[in-house]
Design a binder for this molecule. Sequence first.
Ligand SMILES: [Zn+2]
Length: 239
Amino acid sequence: MSVAQIFDQVSFGSVKVIALSRNGGLSNAPFSSLNLADYVGDESAAVRANLALVTELAGASGIAVMSATHGNKVNVVSSLGLAPSGDGLVTREGNLALLALSADCVGFALTDSVSGVIAVGHAGWRGVLANVMQSVVDTFVLSGGKLAQTKAVIGPAICGSCYEVPSDRVSQFSEHPAAIFDETHLDLRAGVRSVLAKQIDSIYEFPGCTQESENLFSYRKASGQPTGRGGLLVIRSSS
Ligand SMILES: [Zn+2]
């Protein structure tokens, strides 16, 4: 029997944040095996089965899956299934897991176990430039999340030394200097962290570079070949 494998996880009261590994699913190569995205060329039956495994792992009654567009739109959701297009999801529902998909991009989560509001976001270089981080924070607060009691989590992503980009892309980040690693590298996690840290005292970062870890999907590591998408999941249990 297949069991979705956890890369790392952390709990805050009734809220759990899980970074999923690429292992323990039903997809065949090159999506082996816990691919969670239905837009990369994988068999949709395998993706559905993998999402069911992840839902079971989380103890969720349903899962809302992000449909990322590399922008800064955020959706408030209350039901399972593929969410409307956007790079952030927020819910007040208990037992509904929120899932951000990525392979090198940064997944991040906001959790307020007291008010019961949770959120996930997705930020690649376009998302950092568009400041999707602030859009997720703003919608989280409008939904009742209190930043003074919020714990943020930043998921595994490609690290600054691995993420080489053209120098003219680096120069686009003059207003987001935290994301600049050097003249030819970006550190997306640092870019996400710098915005969150201005507003949230408690930030937990999962270690792990997607390109360096064999347990994580990485677009760069696949170097032009299709690959799967992993996920950062957040859920609040309610009885
Ligand atoms: Zn790395």
